[in-house]
Design a binder for this molecule. Structure first.
Ligand code: DHB
Ligand code: FE
Length: 280
């Protein structure tokens, strides 16, 4: 059976990718942020996953407000990085784990989820940036990907509990996948930020730091919170954090917090990451 080797949580702020494009990695503003990911990069190098399941939201690039699925899953052979008007980025296309994607989609439908199935679609910074943060800029990505898009843009967004439930199905799909492939799950988005309205620029360091611990030790707290609680604590766009619950729901109840990193602000956003492993 395939093996779940761990869960990663990370921000996907677009300016992180732009900073790399412009050679700003080692400038005083950015170096402390990027250096915090070095242990995470070592972790993926050591663990050698074959498949990365990446949960993220599209930001008006592949879907717009005219049509937006609550959940979508990729089943494409290739996902090209979309140009978000910063110019063409010098990063490799992402190869899809097509067979596992279909197996997962089948499990989802069996468990009464109804995802949009995407065989032709591009991926925005929500997937690009996490991949760059953990794998750098390889000529060819060493993992195949399964993108999962969650609507965190157009209300009503899914509940935190629903995201968790999808993670439970993802775990079941991994455990019933008859290969020896090694799977890592990346929950992305956040941390606290608000890009619009009266609270634009809102950042909540205390809630962010509690999240980076609590996602490991007390996820029940975050499952029980309402979507409005997320907006209040993390900002209107910080509510993206519900997507980390897909990753957390796929992990064991008891996990080890292998590492965490926090930096604020990266752009206008509280940014950071965790690496989680099951105990067994
Ligand atoms: C920004 C955009 C994002 O999608 C995000 O997760 C954080 C910040 C931004 O435009 O600054
Ligand atoms: Fe985002």
């Amino acid at each position: 059976m395939a093996e779940l080797i761990g869960g990663l949580g990370t921000s996907h702020v677009p300016s992180i990718g732009v900073a790399l494009d412009r050679g700003l990695r080692d400038t005083p503003d950015w170096k402390p942020f990027f250096d915090g990911y070095i242990p995470g990069q070592k972790w993926v190098q050591d663990k050698k996953p074959d498949i990365a399941v990446v949960i993220f939201n599209d930001h008006g690039n592949s879907f717009f407000l005219d049509r937006i699925p609550t959940f979508a899953v990729g089943a494409a052979a290739t996902y090209n990085p979309i140009d978000e008007a910063w110019g063409k980025r010098d990063i490799a296309p992402f190869e899809g784990a097509v067979d596992f994607s279909w197996h997962f989609i089948d499990k989802l439908v069996e468990r009464h989820f109804d995802p949009l199935i995407c065989q032709e679609i591009e991926v925005d910074h929500g997937l690009q940036v996490p991949m760059e943060l953990f794998w750098g800029r390889p000529e060819r990505w060493p993992v195949k990907v399964v993108p999962i898009w969650v609507n965190t843009i157009q209300y009503p967004i899914p509940t935190p509990q629903r995201c968790w439930d999808m993670g439970v199905v993802l775990r079941e799909a991994i455990e019933t996948w008859p290969t020896d492939e090694r799977v890592v799950i990346l929950g992305t988005g956040g941390l606290s930020h608000q890009l619009q309205g009266a609270r634009a620029g809102f950042l909540n360091r205390e809630a962010d730091l509690a999240w980076l611990e609590g996602i490991a030790t007390d996820p029940q707290k975050y499952r029980d919170m309402t979507r409005e609680d997320y907006v209040e604590q993390f900002g209107s766009e910080g509510a993206e954090l519900i997507m980390w619950l897909v990753m957390r729901g796929a992990m064991d109840a008891d996990v080890e917090l292998i590492m965490k990193h926090y930096h604020a602000p990266a752009s206008m956003t509280g940014a950071g990451m965790v690496v989680l492993e099951n105990h067994a």
